[in-house]
Design a binder for this molecule. Structure first.
Ligand SMILES: NC(=O)N[C@@H](CC(=O)O)C(=O)O
Ligand SMILES: [Zn+2]
Ligand SMILES: [Zn+2]
Length: 423
């Protein structure tokens, strides 16, 4: 494959041609020659960016295929410009043993055109206090361990999990939430919980458990990754822990960066997710945390649900929103087009940093690197339209927004994983 007239963005910015052979970039330069049978892609007028990396998606297979499958989830990610994603284990059966994990890893590979990595469960069944076999599951392909969807309630369980993960040099990827403090809430405490008469979620339900975890991470030396950080206090705790040398990385979602609870227009479950949209001061602290490196990366927490699961109001609907097909355009528009941040910064947060944090062979365009890259139209505005999505989930608060940064072509491992249909 030869990509001609590529305006490459990111750390290795240049303009020219990219030659791809056997899944890798083999030459960069001007007027490169391609063999007669090569696929030629003209990138004139588009930006070429490193394939995006999303370390937090829910593909729902096996167990909940009505919400998403590996195939539809991976197609949605490719449509969003992602070439590598990491899938969460809140599935049925839960990948908490070698046999189920191996089946899942094989299916991630066979059903997806992009790279799909897998987190396995920290504890058996995701809810128990019984640790899974980290050495065996790492050998079977687990990138790390997570009970995403539910926090580890017992400190001793988390402590021993961290010791076990550290011993096999694997990360603990934490959904941080104290169930007692969450107290059955469905929306952040504050004006909207009052206006809609809904039970509130206190922000300390995240930060109290995070403080515990950072203490345990420091004691065990594990790589601790904080999922979907959502409060000002959490940002401060991570900033302090990093200053002390704790091996902690952290992600923030597009929705927590772009929305706070004041933006919730009505008792509409497309704004319901875990953790909830917090206060404006929290949102501003997340942006500041990203800017100063306290938060390392952006991850979507793509959480597809059926229309039935998202029907009704905040009380009855499932937690979670989709994110794969809107993340880049939303953030490019709000952060880069607005002049607040550079495209380089956004690409660090959406590609280079997550790849580096999890040791993934991704995140840069260079000779010898995997040919994972995305062509985007940065200049033509378009409207977010769920009818164009590959995900089975249409649960998003961003439908109808006007944005820039449309993904035109996604190439993963030298193969086309998504291509915008030409008129
Ligand atoms: N984010 C959510 O609200 N829901 C996620 C679980 C999770 O990420 O905690 C899901 O699996 O639906
Ligand atoms: Zn979670
Ligand atoms: Zn999640």
């Amino acid at each position: 494959m030869l990509i001609k007239n590529a305006a490459v963005k990111g750390p290795q910015a240049f303009t020219g041609d990219i030659l791809i052979e056997e899944g890798k970039v083999t030459a960069l330069g001007r007027h490169l020659f391609a063999p007669a049978e090569a696929t030629i892609i003209d990138a004139a007028g588009k930006a070429v960016i490193p394939g995006l990396v999303d370390v937090h998606v829910h593909f729902r297979e096996p167990g909940f295929e009505q919400k998403e499958t590996i195939k539809t989830g991976a197609a949605a990610a490719a449509h969003g410009g992602f070439t590598t994603v990491v899938a969460m284990p809140n599935l049925n059966p839960v990948p908490d043993n070698v046999a189920d994990l191996k089946r899942l890893v094989a299916k991630n590979h066979s059903d997806a055109k992009i790279h799909v990595e897998q987190f396995a469960a920290i504890t058996s069944g995701l809810h128990s206090n019984e640790l899974t076999d980290y050495a065996a599951m790492k050998a079977a392909g687990a990138l790390g361990f997570s009970n995403d969807g539910v926090g580890i309630q017992d400190a001793a369980t988390m402590y021993h999990a961290m010791q076990g993960a550290a011993a096999v040099n694997a990360p603990i990827v934490a959904h941080i939430e104290d169930n007692g403090l969450m107290a059955g809430g469905v929306i952040s405490t504050g004006s909207k919980a009052q206006a809609f008469n809904l039970p509130g979620i206190n922000h300390v339900s995240e930060s109290a458990q995070l403080a515990r975890d950072l203490t345990l991470a420091e004691a065990t030396g594990v790589h601790y990754h904080a999922c979907h950080v959502s409060t000002k206090q959490s940002v401060e705790l991570i900033r302090d822990a990093k200053a002390r040398g704790v091996h902690v990385t952290a992600e923030v979602t597009p929705h927590h960066l772009l929305l706070d609870y004041e933006h919730i227009p009505a008792n509409d479950p497309n704004y319901k997710m875990n953790p909830p949209l917090r206060a404006e001061m929290d949102r501003l602290a997340l942006i500041e945390g990203l800017a100063d490196g306290t938060l390392d990366m952006i991850a979507t927490d793509h959480a597809p649900h059926t229309a039935e699961d998202k029907a009704g109001d905040f009380k009855s609907a499932a937690f979670g929103i989709v994110g794969s097909e809107t993340a880049f355009s939303l953030l490019y528009t709000s952060f880069v087009r607005s002049g607040k941040f550079t495209l380089n910064q956004l690409l660090n947060w959406m590609s280079t940093n997550p790849a580096n944090a999890f040791g993934l062979d991704a995140g840069t365009i260079g000779i010898g690197q995997p040919a994972d890259l995305t062509l985007v139209d940065l200049d033509t505005p378009f409207t977010i339209d769920a009818n164009t999505w590959y995900s089975k989930g249409k649960n998003s608060p961003f439908i109808g927004r006007q944005v820039f940064g449309k993904v035109m072509t996604t190439i993963a491992g030298g193969e086309i994983a998504y291509e915008e249909e030409k008129l």
